[in-house]
Design a binder for this molecule. Structure first.
Ligand code: SF4
Length: 315
């Protein structure tokens, strides 16, 4: 699960990928769902049978108390084996590390671009050493930018170094254009040349490359599939992409009762559900019985658990 704990951040990296919807806000999201109370986060983790959680932001250490609270709840609910990693652009000191000990398993430091050329003189190395001594797994995670090889001297102090392919987004597009960067193709958010900047660093064993396509499609699809498996109704069809497909009937109000009775008589229990003024049912049942069911009829494909609608096809 991705737990976004705040959109606040005291840095202003020009490549920041945060959406304008989240940037600067103080709302918590578990995957795509806003969280008002911690129980909603546990519910989302349950829905996807989460094996671990990535704490992200904004800057999570600006709300350390919140991070501690959520991590404690996750560990209490799922057990200590629920792996938790935390992203931060700060270099946490002894006090912050002490508070996270036993709750956060792994810390992913994001040293800002401006300090890569003197990485050994920064607090990030001190922080990495202390974190290691205290039992955390410690690494660096940065976007692919020219000059990545400046981070090579940091490798002996780290368990891993992750490079994320630089991504074009609505909030950094102007900065990207200013620097002369271009999209690699029209389908993805990846920047032309980003992989080349990472080439030298990627020769080292501890270094991992995460492509934009992998993050966009493979990780998202796997997460959707897990959520769909746990939350789909009997009549929801789960697609290979992890979305769900079902039919919707909006009968004229005066005929709603007749339509409900028709469904009760003709269909197996569990193959339809009355949801307010609409009846939701297996899409193929709706298609097959379209002539007997008056009203507006369509097939919906959406992210599972009431998520974003991908497509609506009228019948
Ligand atoms: S530290 Fe992260 S969240 Fe903050 S501005 Fe930089 S990229 Fe954005």
């Amino acid at each position: 699960m991705v737990l976004f704990v705040t959109g606040r951040c005291d840095r202003s990296c020009w490549y920041c990928p945060l959406s304008s919807e989240r940037k600067g806000t103080d709302i918590v999201y578990a995957n795509e769902h806003p969280v008002d109370i911690p129980a909603q986060m546990i519910e989302e983790a349950e829905n996807m049978s989460a094996l671990g959680t990535g704490i992200t932001g904004g800057e999570p250490l600006l709300c350390l108390d919140r991070v501690i609270l959520y991590c404690r709840l996750l560990k209490e609910h799922f057990g200590t084996e629920h792996q938790i990693h935390l992203y931060t652009a700060k270099a946490p000191g002894d006090d912050e590390l002490g508070q996270m000990k036993g709750l956060v398993d792994e810390i992913r430091l994001h040293p800002p671009y401006e300090c890569w050329n003197k990485i050994l003189d920064t607090d990030y190395i001190l922080s990495a050493k202390r974190a290691k001594e205290m039992g955390f797994d410690i690494g660096i995670e940065v976007p692919a930018l020219p000059g990545l090889e400046l981070l090579i001297p940091a490798l002996p102090y780290l368990d891993f170094l992750n490079i994320n392919e630089l991504e074009w987004g609505e909030t950094n597009a102007y900065q990207m254009r200013e620097r002369g960067y271009e999209l690699a193709d029209e389908l993805h958010n990846a920047i032309e040349g980003a992989k080349g900047w990472a080439e030298e660093l990627c020769r080292h064993d501890k270094v991992h490359w995460c492509s934009s396509a992998f993050k966009d499609s493979v990780q998202l699809r796997e997460r959707l599939k897990r959520i769909a498996k746990n939350t789909a109704r009997l009549f929801d069809e789960i697609t290979p992409d992890g979305t769900v497909v079902y039919g919707v009937l909006e009968p004229p109000l005066v005929q709603k009762k007749v339509c409900t009775q028709f469904c009760e008589q003709e269909f197996e229990p569990g193959s339809f559900e009355v949801c307010g003024d609409r009846i939701e049912l297996a899409w193929w049942l709706l298609e097959k019985n379209a002539d007997d069911l008056p009203g507006k009829k369509y097939v919906i494909e959406r992210y599972p658990n009431g998520g974003m609608v991908v497509e609506v096809t009228p019948i």
